[in-house]
Design a protein around this ligand. Structure first.
Ligand code: DGJ
Length: 734
């Protein structure tokens, strides 16, 4: 309140000046900002708590504008903000007008209000520092106070400045459909490095909107000053890294203005997506753990502290060949295996057009009576009788040109004026125009109808298999066509908020042809995401490893796939497949009817054992112990007697319990096991190893039942028995 009064006072009597240094603290990191009413806020320092402002200034640390604005910085620097005002002027001339402090239960928020000396324009820059994890979020509110539209030509969410960095390495996550989240590490060199994704609807398949910066040379999992940055946005974005002429490092991140210059009406405010920074001296592992805690405890995922059910999803088991009999048989199978949830995937809907392949019916959300003559209730009843929950797939943001919805509302799809539609999946898929409130209502009503008519639906798999390929909206006015990507997402978020308000307890999976939406832009509304359409267990190890840098295990849906696997032809033993899936949210993606009795038996064991450890896995602290050779910065050729193995573990907050997963990736000749050092344990505590998911019919390995101190396990390690191709082990420590 005092600050608010000061703001009005300042606006009227602009002669009042102030200068102060503001420090935002997390448990182990701090952001120091110089705030002076003669200019704009400047970042002086982001890092650990070893520094204080006086020392920094005495040591010659430079400060740099927190939100470098075009017209206010030397033209050789990249701006984070550029606005075109009604008369065409591109220059900003901002001054700090006010600072506000607020506290929430778990965070401190500081906002810096800046007004322009020549234009009616307000920028508010926010920092939110969390008390329970080393994460600071930043974002802006951009407010047009002019009487005419202004155009946002560049509007990053945030900028980070590192004084005189030296030998800083960037790790970003590149990939593709079925090959998501492959880490790529490189030393930053002078000039600008850009990571971007131009997809307006789902941005995590190619380059994901998260990066790590290792400040002390090559990336290290366990030590070294490291910063993680996650842009919480699901559309087109740009992250720029720049070493300036003074050898200072800058990171800029925000919505990519290419194809998205935003036209802001008078009195309208645009809130930019959050950009989250995590800082750790414990390397990339430390950053991951802070971000995982932030996701679970700071509202970045829905129901972050809940553990998830074990499920069977119908897709790769029966694809579109849904019948009542097959679905009930699958429900029966997962119940008998000890699972808790069955999800009916694509193919259950359509009236005039049957959904027998991917070329029709999206939008026609009525039960296909030819496939399911007795409707959904027969299925939900069958699930109830067998003690499992029921879930269902929808893809509500799209339609097909072959659908009743498209026939009735051709203007509801995104489309460029007078141009043939570009068609996506199945040769007919197009994306609905979510900028249009009528389309938003249609989606909300579709979900509402489905859930209110079928109160026993407990889970939704929300898919999005199309990019926005038609850049045009019949709803948005001509001069606002470049607002499409942003207004699409604002529309989608409004839809999700309305659904969540009415259905807070439904578990919703975020899926986009696999991991296309594995980002924090939409996760506050979702309980988990589908990591990848690739369920080849060997390849999944890599995909899950990369995904784990930014996302916690209870967000990561990991399913046991079939063998031979349809994408790769690889034949993988069921134990290995289960051990790989068990390191996240366990599920199954196959037809149990095609499994052998021995495979079914192994799944029963895996599911039973997973129930013992799922809380540790899903809510524990992750330590990546041994990276796949292919992900190491300098992969050395394997000495003949050394295995390429992967090991990771989860430890509870109180360090009383842990779970270790270890996988052998190659076994070209006889190789000796590798000694693996554990991490994150209590050095004083004695831990007894219990082997889990033991191969059906076999005895546990010799480590089972042995006790070691945490100190011993972390400093000496143990030889993990991984003999033969596709060898894997899971141990519970308590
Ligand atoms: C893509 C998803 O990633 C798959 O799991 C499956 O749901 C299909 N869509 C269905 O069309």
């Amino acid at each position: 309140m005092k600050r608010l009064t000061l703001f009005f006072f300042l606006t009227i009597f602009s002669a009042i000046t102030f200068a102060e240094i503001i420090t935002l603290n997390t448990p182990n990191s701090q952001l120091i900002v110089k705030a002076d009413s003669a200019t704009v806020p400047h970042i002086l320092y982001y890092g650990d708590k070893s520094a204080n402002p006086t020392e920094l200034e005495n040591a010659g640390f430079e400060a740099f504008p927190a939100m470098p604005a075009f017209g206010m910085i030397d033209m050789i620097h990249l701006p984070a903000l550029q606005i075109q005002f009604p008369e065409g002027d591109l220059n900003l001339d901002l001054r700090l007008a006010d600072i506000s402090h607020a506290t929430t239960e778990n965070a401190e928020i500081v906002s810096f209000v800046m007004t322009d000396k020549r234009h009616k324009f307000r920028l508010t820059l926010f920092y939110k520092a969390f008390k329970n994890t080393d994460v600071i979020e930043t974002w802006t509110e951009i407010c047009n106070l002019e009487k005419k539209d202004i155009v946002l030509k560049r509007f990053d969410s945030g900028h980070l400045f590192i004084d005189k960095g030296n030998n800083i390495w960037l790790t970003h996550f590149h990939g593709d459909w079925a090959a998501e989240a492959i880490p790529v590490s490189e030393r930053l060199t002078k000039g600008v490095k850009t990571i971007r994704n131009t997809d307006g609807a789902r941005n995590a398949h190619l380059d994901a909107p998260e990066v790590m910066l290792s400040l002390d040379g090559e990336p290290n999992e366990a030590c070294g000053r490291t910063i993680g940055a996650a842009l919480c946005w699901n559309g087109n974005y740009e992250i720029r890294l720049n070493i300036d002429n003074h050898d200072n490092y800058h990171l800029y991140a925000g919505i990519d203005p290419q194809s998205s210059e935003y036209v802001l009406s008078p009195k309208q405010t645009l809130t930019t997506p959050k950009l989250a920074f995590a800082y750790s001296v414990e390397g990339m592992g430390g950053v991951s753990r802070s971000l995982h805690r932030w996701a679970r405890e700071c509202g970045m995922m829905h129901n972050g502290k809940a553990v998830r059910d074990i499920l069977l999803n119908s897709w790769e088991g029966i694809y579109f060949d849904i019948t009542e009999e097959r679905i009930i048989a699958m429900i029966d199978d997962i119940a008998k295996l000890g699972g808790e949830l069955f999800v009916m995937d694509d193919g259950w809907f359509g009236d005039k057009y049957q959904r027998n392949n991917d070329s029709s019916s999206l939008g026609d959300w009525v039960v296909d009576k030819k496939k399911l003559p007795n409707g959904l209730q027969t299925l939900t009843d069958a699930a109830k009788q067998r003690g499992v929950k029921f879930g269902i797939w929808i893809e509500p943001e799209s339609t097909n040109t072959k659908s009743e919805l498209y026939e009735q509302h051709p203007d509801w799809v995104l489309q460029a004026a007078n141009k043939n539609l570009n068609l996506g999946r199945g040769g007919t898929q197009v994306v609905l125009d979510l900028t249009n409130p009528k389309v938003q209502d249609f989606i909300v009503n579709t979900v509402d109808k489905l859930l209110s008519e079928n109160p026993d639906i407990a889970y939704i798999k929300w898919d999005a298999n199309a990019s926005i390929q038609n850049y045009g909206s019949t709803y948005l006015p001509k001069h606002k066509q470049s607002n499409i990507y942003i207004d699409y997402h604002l529309g989608l978020i409004s839809v999700l908020e309305r659904i969540r308000k009415k259905y807070p307890d439904i578990v919703i999976q975020n899926c986009a042809s696999g991991g296309g939406r594995a980002n924090y832009g939409l996760m506050p509304y979702f309980d988990e995401f589908w990591v990848s359409d690739n369920n080849d267990a060997l390849q999944r190890i890599f995909i899950q490893w990369g995904t784990s840098y930014f996302f916690p295990a209870n967000l990561m849906a990991q399913h046991i796939g079939g063998s031979p696997y349809h994408m790769t032809g690889r034949i993988v033993p069921i134990k290995f497949r289960a051990d790989v899936a068990m390191s996240g949210r366990l599920g199954m993606e196959l037809q149990p009817k095609n499994m052998t009795e021995q495979e079914l038996q192994q799944c029963r064991i895996a599911i039973k054992d997973y129930k013992q450890i799922r809380e540790i896995v899903q809510l524990g602290n992750l330590y990546r112990l041994v990276a796949p050779k292919a992900f190491q910065v300098h992969p050395e050729p394997l000495p003949p007697a050394e295995q390429d193995i992967v090991a990771l573990m989860y430890v509870t907050d109180n360090r009383e319990q842990a779970v270790v997963f270890a996988y052998s990736l190659s076994q070209f000749q006889y190789q000796k096991p590798q000694r693996v050092k554990f991490s994150g344990l209590d050095p004083e505590k004695q831990y007894t190893l219990k082997e889990l998911n033991i191969k059906a019919g076999e005895k546990p390995c010799t480590l089972d039942g042995k006790t070691f101190s945490g100190d011993f396990l972390m400093n000496n390690g143990i030889l993990l028995p991984l003999n033969g191709d596709y060898a894997s082990r899971v141990f519970l420590l308590n």
